[in-house]
Structure formats: structure tokens, C-alpha cells
Design a protein around this ligand. Structure first.
Ligand code: ADP
Ligand code: MG
Length: 339
């Protein structure tokens, strides 16, 4: 006879963890977003062996109160939402209170954290979600978290990870996007002590673009500044001769959140009129601000899709912003684009 039984907490924790944490880059995304939510302006990411051995994030944010450290690692524990009304006006990157619990369930954690009004910080050591040690410690203000041996207790997931080079590429992609979204934050990324990224935090988007794509590429970017009624667009697009064979170089943000949107990408490309060759895609780093009530961001951890209540209007604004930029540079409505 088949009977129903309740999963043990250990099993259900691992299943839930799998929904949020797929690979090293997802750990890094969640932890860096926590650092940003904690108002850090200096975030250092160190990985060993593509993050499979170690992911360490050191921030200078507001830290976690000693009485909250243990709680922060339990599921559905968050400082970012308290009541149902908060759900309509979420301004932080996280809010589901799942990341730390999920990461801890499938790795070994070592955490040090201190708030600036506390004399001492807290140290926590966990192993597969189980607390091994917790107590006070001297440490700088902020949070320093190490995630070791990711998926050591979920061999199926460990096997699913790709070669180091692919995992590193995914990590770089995530950190680059976070750095582009926050030019006011100093980011660094090291793999086995090799520097992969270092931004200054001087709040200069152009400089971050140069840090990531190189100065020669950055020089071919055009500044975008466009305001419609309630939509504002800021960022950079490439001159029409600087294109790639895919859209990986298009990074779009809506109200500070990175989103993937083939709809917006198409509208950007439409703004170039006939200047783009077939199957060639421009660079674009564009930040859109739009009243929160006009969009629906579905923030499932794996999905970053966005819907607008007036899709056509938003698309037209985007196209117009691009066309205007190219007109300003006298690249549009000329017989042949200037090189
Ligand atoms: P969420 O980000 O959705 O709230 P998390 O599991 O990622 O959930 O984190 C739980 C809580 O732990 C956060 O709400 C926050 O209060 C605290 N926290 C996590 N990381 C940091 C950090 N780097 N600095 C300060 N507080 C943090
Ligand atoms: Mg979080």
C-alpha cells in the first residue's frame, strides 16, 4: 500500500534550497544582493575553484544584530518585509527570506558580522544547515561570509556543475551586472587571487563599462538620457558599428533591478532604424525608472521577467530614446552612418 508521509526537515530543506541555489553564481547573486540591501559601498568577492571550493563575500554594510544572526539563517526570516502591505512596495533586492537558509542547507558556512553600534561582532559556523558554533568575536563593521564546499551534501547537484571556466563566466556575468547597476559601489572579484574585476565606486557608469568591456569598447558608447512623462531612461548604447552576435551585451535595469526582456531589447534595436546589420546586436546598458505601480516584476529567484501595464507605451519610449540619441550624434537620417 502506498502511504503519505511527511518529509523530514532535512529533506525538505534540501529541496527548497535547490529552487534558489543552482550553482555558485546563484550563491554570489544572493549574497551580493544582501550586501547591497545592507547599504554596503564596498563589496569584495573571492572565489576558489570557480566557487566550488569557496565563495567569500566581504561587505561594509550595516551587519546583522547579534540576536538575529541565527534567525537570519532560518527559512522565511527577513528584515525587509514585515506585513502584507510591504509586499506592494518592495525596494530591496531580496525580501523572501530564503537565500541564507537555502545556501546554508547545502554548504558549510562561516560568518562574521558586526553592526556599528555593537562593540563585538558575531561569529557563526554551520555545516549543512546545522549550527556548529556561535558566539561573539572581534570583527570590522559589516559582514564577511564564507560558503565552503557548495553541494557537498547533495552529490546530484554537485555533478550537475559545469567546468570551472563556465562557472567562472557565469559568476563574472552576475558580478558585472551588479557592478553596472551600482557604479556607486566599489566591487572586486578575485578567483584564486586573480583579479577579474575591480571598480572604483566613484559613481561613474562609463568607467564601470570600461572596467568590464575595456576602454576601446567604452569609447564607442553613446550616452542615453531621455525623459518621457513618468519614465526616465539613462545609460549607454554602442555606436551602430559596435555590435555582437547575441544580446548578452545588453543589460537592462528597471527600478534598480536587473531584468531580461527580449521585448525591450527589440525596442532598443528598432531605435537604430536600418543601421544594424542582420543578426547583429548593439551593446546597451540602460536603466529605466518607472512608477512601481506600472509594472509587475515576477521575482521568482530564477526568473527576472518584467511586465508593464502599458507595454506599447514603454516600448515606444525606449525606441524613441535610442533614435534620439543616434540623431543627436547625427548617425540617423544620413545616407551612410559616420564611422
Ligand atoms: P532576504 O534577503 O530575502 O531578507 P536572506 O535569507 O537573503 O533573505 O537574508 C536574511 C536576512 O539576513 C536579511 O533580511 C538581512 O536582515 C540579513 N542579512 C543577510 N545578509 C546580510 C548582509 N550582508 N548584511 C546585513 N544583513 C544581512
Ligand atoms: Mg537576500
Amino acid at each position: 500500500m502506498t502511504r503519505v508521509n511527511k518529509l523530514t526537515q532535512e529533506v525538505s530543506e534540501k529541496i527548497a534550497a535547490g529552487e534558489v541555489i543552482e550553482r555558485p553564481s546563484s550563491v554570489i547573486k544572493e549574497l551580493v544582493e544582501n550586501s547591497l540591501d545592507a547599504s554596503s559601498d564596498d563589496i569584495r568577492v573571492h572565489i576558489n575553484k570557480a566557487g566550488k571550493e569557496l565563495i567569500r563575500i566581504i561587505d561594509n554594510g550595516h551587519g546583522i544584530h547579534p540576536d538575529d544572526v541565527e534567525l537570519a539563517f532560518s527559512r522565511h526570516a527577513t528584515s525587509k518585509v514585515s506585513g502584507i502591505n510591504d509586499l506592494n512596495k518592495i525596494s530591496t533586492l531580496g525580501f523572501r527570506g530564503e537565500a541564507l537558509a537555502s545556501i546554508a542547507a547545502v554548504s558549510r558556512i562561516e560568518l562574521r558580522t558586526r553592526q556599528n553600534n555593537q562593540k563585538e561582532g558575531t561569529k557563526l559556523i554551520m555545516d549543512g544547515g546545522i549550527i556548529k558554533e556561535i558566539g561573539s568575536t572581534g570583527c570590522p563593521v559589516g559582514t564577511d561570509i564564507s560558503v565552503k564546499d557548495l553541494f557537498f551534501n547533495t552529490p546530484a547537484r554537485l555533478k550537475f556543475l559545469r567546468k570551472d571556466a563556465s562557472e567562472i563566466a557565469l559568476i563574472q556575468d552576475i558580478v558585472n551586472k551588479l557592478a553596472l547597476a551600482h557604479p556607486n559601489v566599489r566591487f572586486s572579484l578575485f578567483n584564486n587571487n586573480n583579479k577579474l574585476l575591480n571598480t572604483s565606486g566613484r559613481n561613474d557608469l562609463f568607467e564601470v563599462i570600461a572596467n568590464i568591456y575595456g576602454y576601446q569598447t567604452a569609447k564607442k558608447m553613446l550616452y542615453v538620457e531621455y525623459d518621457a512623462n513618468d519614465i526616465s531612461l539613462r545609460g549607454y548604447i554602442s555606436r551602430p558599428e559596435l555590435t555582437r552576435s547575441n544580446r548578452n551585451y545588453q543589460t537592462l535595469y528597471v527600478n534598480g533591478r536587473y531584468v531580461k526582456s527580449s521585448f525591450l531589447s527589440e525596442r532598443i534595436e528598432k531605435g537604430y532604424h536600418t543601421l544594424l546589420a542582420k543578426h547583429r546586436y548593439p551593446f546597451a546598458i540602460i536603466k529605466m525608472n518607472i512608477p512601481q505601480e506600472k509594472l509587475d516584476i515576477n521575482v521568482h529567484p530564477a526568473k527576472i521577467h518584467v511586465r508593464f501595464s502599458d507595454q506599447k507605451y514603454v516600448g515606444d519610449v525606449m525606441t524613441k530614446a535610442i533614435t534620439n540619441t543616434l540623431k543627436r550624434e547625427e548617425l540617423i537620417f544620413q545616407a551612410s552612418p559616420t564611422k
